[in-house]
Each structure stands twice: as C-alpha cells, then as structure tokens.
Unconditional design. Structure first.
Length: 383
C-alpha cells in the first residue's frame, strides 16, 4: 500500500481482505495509513455490494476512480472515514480503489487510495487513469502474497493447535503412567503381604522370602535370562511356599517327625500354592515356581516327579535360592550353617542332600561362580 501511495501521491490508504463470516463474504480492514490524521478504527466489516466503494470493487472486480467523492452519497471510503477529524463531517475527496485477486481471478481484497496531493498542504487532486494502470500489473503479486500469508497464518494456527494437543496428550500420558505405577506398587505390596501371610502361618522365618527373591534375581541375571524374566522372578520367588496357608496348621507346626498321612498333607503345599496363584495371569511364573520348587533334577522330587528340563527354569532357580537360605538359617531340626558350609552342601551335598540329583548343574555352576553374592544378600537382609 505504501508503494501504491508513493506511486500515486495518495495521502491515505487502506487494505481490506475478503473474509467469510456466518456464510457471507465481508470486507475486513486490516491496515490503514494516513499522513494527515491518526487512523481511527470504526466500521471494520463491509458487505460486498454497491453500497460502498470498497464493497462494489470487491464484488465486481472493477477499478473505481472517483475525482470528487462525498460521503455518504457514494458510500464510505475507509481510509478517509477513519481519518476524519470530526466524524460525520463529510468533505469531498478523490478515491482510487482497486481489487487484487489470486491466479483464478477470485478477488481476495481491495486497496483504497484516498486524496491525491502534490504536498501535505496542496489541493486534493483526482487520480489519473494511468495510476490505475500502474497498479494493475502487481494485482496478482499482491494476491499471491496475501494467499501465502493466509496459508502461513493457517499453518501457524494449526501448529499451535497441534502443540496444545500434544501438551494435553503428554499430560494424560503422565497421568496414566502415574496410575500404572500406583497399580504396580499396589500389586507388589499385595503379593508381598500374601507371601508374608503364608510365612507367618509357617512360623515366621523373618526375611527369608525377601532373600529368596534376591538370590533368585542374581541367579537369573547371571544365567543371562531376559530382563523381564529377572524382574518377574524377583517378586515371584517369594510366593513359592504360599500353598502352606492351606496346609493344616497342626501338621505345619508339628515339632518332630510327621506321620505318613501328615507327610502327604505337607507335600501337597506345591499344588495348593499353584491353585491359589494360577488365577492371575500376572502370577503365571509364581504359580509354576510354587508347583515345581520341590521337583528334583533327577526326577525324584514331588508332586509330579518332573525331571531335568521338564522342571520350569524359574523353579530350578528358586530351588537353589531356597535351599541355600534354609541352610544358613537355624531351623528346629538343624543349626545354622556359615556361608562356606552352605556353599559346600549346595555344590557337593551332604548326608541329607544329594546335590547332583537335586539341582540343575548349569544353575549350580552359576551359583559356584557367584556364591559371594549369596553371602552378601544373607548379611544385608539378615533378620
Ligand atoms: Fe516348599
């Protein structure tokens, strides 16, 4: 607009764009320049019809050049109206109004030049026909620039909307992650309490279940088991004896030798545990550990006399962990062993335990290579 005013000597000018509002097309003033008065925004929306110069130009696509326009007979000229010192006082003025359009010829807006003068104090002169011709060639250039600016504005608006949506998604993702963490904590606490309850039923053996978790985790990691497996065995191992909750308390707490019937009842605790734990998919590993932690590598264990690789690996790991801890602890039928003694029993056996027949040799080897970790866990979590 400034360029057009300089080319023609117009004292004022305005740019209006065609907008769609409420299913209709309107002209909206987006820029006003005036050398002799401070622009004043008033009528910002003009309908596209012959009631105003700008509306007429926008609706017909014609150039209008009027030497002696006067309000209100020929309608409003934005630049003049908004610059008027005294609203409602009309004076005659010259107007050159031309449209700009896109390549398809659709009018995108208008530029209105008002009051051609040779100097600020000079008389108002009409615009010459060649002034309109000077501007005509840049019509499409302006149109393209406006289209591009509108596109950039639209993209910026969409980007801002997307950024907002992303922020909302991120905040919801955090909420969900927080809830998942709470659920996970609640799950871990529940099974810890379940394992503890079983332990209390079976004469509280202090931190036994926690230590079995940690030994099992060390063995699984050193065996090279996947991370998920290691994490799962770390909370599943503690549930290996949960089935003891279902064993008759008189049998469970009996001091001295069990009768044959009592022994059979006692040896059912793996199956009882399995029945409790198999109900949750999250406790699948815990269920198979509970069922198989008394099986033996040579097939002489119970309840199903599984042999070698038939025994789930998680159960084979917990066997070593459970036996080591029992050896370190004092029980009614034995005194506590020191680490070296317990290590020898696991690796070579004694008069009560046939190590070769009991343990998976691969896991026994991992124990032999990492036995110091077992002693450390015992000391750290000793009651
Ligand atoms: Fe057991």
């Amino acid at each position: 607009m400034l360029k057009a005013r300089r080319m023609t000597g117009a004292e004022a000018g305005s740019v209006s764009l065609v907008r769609r509002r409420g299913g209709r097309r309107w002209l909206e003033v987006v820029s006003i320049q005036n050398d002799t008065a401070r622009p004043r925004r008033s009528a910002v929306l003009t309908s596209l019809d012959a009631k105003s110069i700008s509306g007429y130009v926008a609706s017909t696509g014609e150039v209008v050049n009027i030497a002696d326009a006067a309000e209100p007979a020929l309608g409003r000229t934005h630049a003049f109206d908004m610059a008027a010192d005294q609203p409602g006082t009309y004076r005659s003025h010259s107007v050159l109004c031309f449209p700009f359009s896109n390549l398809e010829g659709e009018v995108l807006g208008i530029i209105q030049l008002v009051n051609r003068r040779t100097g600020t104090e000079g008389p108002i002169l009409p615009f010459a026909p060649e002034h309109a011709e000077l501007i005509r060639p840049i019509d499409h250039v302006i149109g393209r620039a406006v289209e591009r600016a509108e596109m950039v504005e639209r993209i910026a608006r969409q980007n801002a909307k997307l950024r907002l949506q992303n922020r909302e998604l991120e905040s919801r993702r955090r909420q969900v992650a927080g809830l998942q963490a709470q659920t996970e904590d609640a799950f871990l606490l529940s099974i810890r309490l379940l394992a503890k309850a079983a332990d209390l039923h079976d004469d509280d053996t202090g931190n036994h279940i926690q230590r079995v978790n940690e030994y099992s985790y060390v063995l699984a990691s050193k065996l090279g088991m996947p991370e998920d497996f290691c994490d799962e065995i770390r909370y599943s191992a503690q549930l290996h004896d949960v089935g003891k909750m279902s064993v008759d308390a008189a049998v469970l707490k009996k001091r001295g030798k069990l009768t044959e019937t009592e022994r059979i009842e006692m040896d059912r605790h793996p199956e009882y545990g399995y029945q409790i734990l198999r109900q949750s998919p999250r406790l699948g590993m815990a269920a198979e550990i509970a069922l198989c932690h008394h099986e033996k590598w040579d097939g002489t264990g119970y309840p199903n006399r599984l042999k070698g690789d038939e025994i789930p690996i998680a159960a084979r790991i917990v066997q070593v962990a459970d036996v080591y801890d029992a050896l370190r602890d004092s029980r009614p039928y034995k005194k506590d062993f020191d680490h070296d003694h317990a290590r020898r029993v696991i690796l070579s056996g004694d008069d009560r335990l046939d190590a070769a027949g009991h343990f998976d040799p691969r896991i026994a080897a991992v124990f032999a290579a990492n036995h110091a970790d077992f002693d450390r866990i015992w000391r750290e979590l000793h009651d």
